[in-house]
Design a protein around this ligand. Structure first.
Ligand code: ATP
Length: 280
């Protein structure tokens, strides 16, 4: 599979990548989910991993997090092989999975304390981190509320906030804005940029091309288990514009259509298929 690379990722240069996936293959019951994926994400980089449903995004993130094993190829976090030293990798990684993983009978504060302690944060640091994370995610006013009484969007805020708690070196976010309102999305994107500025590496999986454009950082397009293009949004878009005079779609949508054969319709972005609709 040919991967189109655009530009150099200058923030990774010379500082060593945080995440390196090299020729990663993963098959479930003889159905390939990942087909030789290569991906590098450096300190301070945000990589928007875009792809349609079933493209392999969750599988890729799970392997990066050390929760699943690649059949072939290697996954390294800060030089540690995923699979061999998974426990250590898990302590370096914050992973907000797609499914909510919060405790409904507990309050928001109790959830944050629980996960902070599981990650080894000591009391003073723990309380500071809980306060700043709650503030960043608009949770300060609901710290005393039981999660069971919160709206779905507020639960999602808490779920995603937990991944940020211990300032991980690698932050993996799997479709983190599902169910969030405009304010929730804005808070999240702000938090993502802030932790990138502090040096974290972030992989942000989404089937919303508009979100990848809004982040305006690196994009990796995953199609049927393979990364078919990687680069800055502007570089991908201008390279695509040079190869076609068709004006059926613009921006990242045009790149996505050309490389995957799928058109992106933002009006479907909230549907189960995301915004990716196969071409007729
Ligand atoms: P979505 O956007 O719908 O969440 P995705 O891009 O995250 O999709 P994956 O969840 O990684 O994609 O799935 C990739 C492929 O692997 C799909 O064909 C899916 O059916 C398959 N798959 C994922 N997990 C399993 C599993 N545990 N057992 C069997 N097949 C699986």
């Amino acid at each position: 599979m040919t991967v189109t690379h655009f530009g150099d990722d200058e923030s990774a240069a010379g500082r060593g990548p945080v995440l390196v996936l090299a020729s990663v293959w993963k098959t479930y019951d003889q159905v390939p989910a990942l087909r030789g994926v290569n991906l590098e994400v450096g300190r301070g980089d945000v990589c928007a991993l875009v792809g349609a449903n079933a493209a392999g995004k969750t599988t890729l993130l799970s392997i990066a997090a050390g929760l699943r094993q690649a059949d072939r190829g290697s996954a390294e976090v800060l030089g540690l092989q995923s699979g061999r030293r998974c426990e250590r990798i898990r302590s370096l990684v914050g992973f907000a999975q797609q499914e909510l993983a919060v405790y409904p009978p507990l309050t928001v504060r109790e959830n944050l304390v629980l996960f902070a302690e599981l990650r080894g944060l000591r009391r003073t640091m723990r309380d500071e981190r809980i306060a700043s994370t709650a503030e960043a995610f608009g949770l300060s006013r609901v710290l005393g509320r039981r999660v069971a009484t919160l709206s779905g969007g507020t639960r999602r805020r808490l779920h995603v906030a937990i991944a940020f708690l211990n300032e991980p070196a690698l932050l993996l976010l799997d479709e983190p804005t599902a169910g969030l309102d405009i304010e929730g999305r804005a808070d999240l994107l702000r938090a993502v940029r802030a932790v990138a500025e502090q040096g974290a590496a972030i992989v942000y999986s989404t089937n919303r091309l508009d979100e990848a454009e809004e982040l305006d950082r690196s994009v990796a397009i995953l199609d049927r288990g393979a990364v078919v293009a990687q680069g800055r949004v502007a570089e991908l878009v201008s390279a695509q514009a040079e190869t076609t005079t068709q004006v059926t779609s613009r921006g990242l949508s045009a790149v996505f259509l050309a490389l995957t054969g799928r058109r992106y319709d933002p009006t479907h972005a909230g549907s189960p298929e995301g915004g990716n609709v196969p071409t007729a």
